[in-house]
Ligand binder design. Structure first.
Ligand code: FES
Ligand SMILES: [Fe+2]
Length: 378
């Protein structure tokens, strides 16, 4: 799991008047809105006696801890300690990690890491999201699998011939091919031609003939661990899937799925769309949850790739560069402290205020193994 990326923490509509708990990268966070409606994300651990802030309540622009009522503002600072009275000025150490947030595409995005703004990758674009030409549905899916494996599955074209009978068939597996791969440090796009079977049902038979060439355009984005795919069923009918894959921890992934279609737009067709979406997820889950190892292998030598895997290879390479930067959480070291010591994802303020003796230690990172271990008191 990597720090210094944006992740989707929750649907925007799920955070209203009450604080909401969410788990990402193996840590708990609290989301709450201030009086202006701006959403904030803090570590969910009160530095007084470890209360869970998400069990508390909103007070003005703050979240109040349910244990002794300490109030934290959106920057993570304690601004009120009720037992000490209103005149009490909390010490500088009275602050927890707070993370940059924004809301896009109906979701709350949180930057989990301490990199300054100028070093962060841009958020993915989704120009069709608000476009009236497209009908939108959303759904959620939970996997007992690691997020990078889930992303790879989402951009892997070759598996359709075996896992998704409605999109591919064994007989055309050798005909499918990648036309183009385009990539940079934080995103990749590809274009593929596939020869799927004819769809069942009188209407769907009209959509696509047997083995009619179909263009699919998968994309990956490191921010949000997005797997996006556009399928042009025919020149007039397309589907776009935009999945944000949030690592709950190293063994679980929560997918925030948005699907758009530019045909059969009345609401009455949403149910069928959702049913088909879930069927696809279930087909993928049956494969991905049983794949080993749980993580992407540390070396490319430990799995054998062929030319049809080269788009996934571009995702692996981009990820690998971040691991080499020292942005990977040392999950084994974190596990050794489970329930014994609080470790938090370092926030930008932690780097800005390095002079403060922060109450909680940051999670150890594999790249900076020694420094991380020292910080965790190992
Ligand atoms: S534990 Fe949060 S106020 Fe005491
Ligand atoms: Fe799939």
């Amino acid at each position: 799991m990597l720090i210094n990326l944006w992740y989707v923490a929750e649907w925007s509509k799920a955070v209203e008047d009450q604080p909401v708990r969410t788990r990402m990268l193996g840590q708990d966070f609290v989301l709450f809105r201030d009086s202006a409606g701006t959403v904030h994300c803090l570590s969910d651990v009160c530095l007084h006696r470890g209360g869970s802030l998400s069990g508390g309540w909103r007070k003005g622009d703050c979240v109040a801890c349910p244990y002794h009522g300490w109030c934290y503002d959106g920057t993570g600072r304690v601004v009120l300690v009720p037992s000490e009275g209103e005149d009490f000025t909390p010490p500088r150490r009275a602050r927890i990690d707070a993370y940059p947030t924004c809301e896009r595409f109906g979701m709350i995005w949180v930057f989990l890491g301490d990199a300054p703004e100028e070093e962060r990758f841009p958020l993915p674009e989704f120009p069709e999201y608000d476009d009236q030409d497209w009908k939108r549905i959303t759904d959620e899916w939970h996997w007992r699998a690691e997020a990078a494996r889930v992303v790879e599955n989402g951009i892997d074209i070759a598996h359709a011939s075996f896992v998704h009978p409605s999109f591919g068939m064994e007989a055309t597996a050798y005909e499918n091919h990648i036309v183009e791969v385009e990539k940079n440090d934080y995103r990749g796009r590809s274009e593929n031609i596939q020869y799927p079977p004819q769809m069942k049902g009188w209407l769907r038979r009209r959509m696509r003939k047997e083995r009619q060439p179909t263009v699919t355009k998968p994309e990956w984005h490191l921010n949000g661990l997005i797997a996006r795919i556009r399928i042009d069923i025919n020149p007039k009918m397309s589907i776009i899937m935009f999945d944000a894959n949030t690592p709950v921890d190293e063994h679980h992934t929560r997918t925030f799925a948005t699907q758009l279609r530019n045909f059969l737009k009345p609401d009455i067709f949403d149910r069928g769309s959702r049913k088909r979406l879930r069927k696809i997820f279930a087909q993928d889950t049956a494969i991905v949850e049983r794949a080993t190892p749980n993580f992407l292998p540390e070396s490319h030598l430990h799995e054998l790739s062929v030319k049809d895997d080269r788009f996934m290879g571009s995702f692996r390479a981009a990820r690998r560069r971040l691991i080499e930067k020292g942005w990977q959480i040392d999950s084994a070291a974190v596990a050794a402290h489970r329930r014994r010591k609080v470790l938090t994802i370092p926030s930008p303020q932690r780097r800005q205020h390095a002079d403060i003796d922060w109450v909680m230690a940051p999670v150890p990172l594999t790249g900076g193994r020694e420094a991380g271990a020292r910080a965790a008191g190992l």
